[in-house]
Design a protein around this ligand. Structure first.
Ligand code: ARG
Length: 272
């Protein structure tokens, strides 16, 4: 092989590589919505320990994940004309599952914070909730101010915005991050922690279902707590548009709030 031929060969190989790379770039422009349609199903990540938004209950004797976020997920699947597959996991894995490709979207009462928005896209907001503090009934009279929580142990869900809320707003308390909301409440009932921070609808459900716990009168600042939104991997404009269309329909019609109320009644055994 002459030197010239060799050079030509290298150039040809490089060209092939470049073309291959371009091919890759083109296929990465494929919107997730196309992949979902091809698969015939959308996989939705959630942590189903968050009634009334997502929780497990017996339906016809079978453990089933239900809640207002499940209704939202189903409406998105219907809009795309595909089946819905729920992928239950701990909350600190929910967002990461979008990066690993384990799930297509995440719906889990996720607050659309600026920090998270650097990594994920969010739909328009569909629900706003305030942070509250749950304490034992017997201690409620003494736990009413920021100072009264100094040295007290406060449970928050691992990976949730409530971790930051607790650290910032109750700086002298001892923060305990736990994976399971149910365990946080069990620890409070057993007196192993002094308080739990959750958003109000979830807190109210736990109070309705557990004797001896109540809301502290201490009001946390929720002004910087972001509303719930659907999380997606970045750069899937078509999918984001479809999700926003569904969110808008359910929110504008009041249907989403109705789902929340129905799920709350179901989770607390209350009838209308
Ligand atoms: N809204 C809070 C956050 O985004 C808590 C969400 C917890 N959701 C759940 N399904 N456990 O951090």
């Amino acid at each position: 092989m002459t030197f010239k031929k060799m050079i030509l060969g290298v150039v040809a190989a490089a060209t092939t590589l470049t073309l291959a790379a371009c091919g890759g770039a083109t296929s990465s422009e494929t919107d997730l919505v196309d992949t979902i349609t091809e698969k015939g199903k959308i996989v939705v990540a959630m942590n189903p320990e968050f009634a009334p938004f997502e929780f497990e209950t017996l339906v016809d004797g079978k453990n089933t994940i239900v809640g207002s976020d499940v209704e939202l997920a189903q409406a998105i699947a219907d809009e795309l004309g595909v089946d819905l597959e729920l992928s239950p996991m701990s909350f600190d894995n929910v967002l990461g599952s979008l990066q690993s490709g384990k799930a297509d979207i995440a719906i889990s009462g996720i607050s659309a914070t600026a920090e998270r928005a650097k990594v994920y896209d969010f739909s328009d907001a569909y629900y706003t909730a305030n942070n509250v503090v749950i304490v034992q009934e017997g201690a409620a009279g003494n736990l009413t101010s920021v100072d009264s929580f100094a040295g007290k142990s406060i449970a928050v869900q691992k990976g949730s915005v409530q971790e930051a809320v607790a650290k910032e707003q109750l700086p002298d308390a001892k923060i305990v991050s736990l994976t399971s909301n149910g365990n946080m409440i069990a620890e409070l009932v057993a007196g192993k922690v002094d308080a739990v921070i959750l958003e109000e609808p979830i807190a109210k459900g736990y109070i309705a279902n557990n004797a001896g716990i109540t809301l502290s009168t201490l009001e946390l600042d929720s002004s910087e707590t972001d509303a719930y939104a659907v999380a997606l991997p970045k750069e899937n404009e078509k999918l984001l548009e479809a999700v926003n269309k569904v969110v808008k329909e359910l929110v504008d019609s009041g249907q989403y709030d109705q789902y929340v109320q129905e799920a709350y009644d179901l989770s607390t055994g209350e009838t209308e």
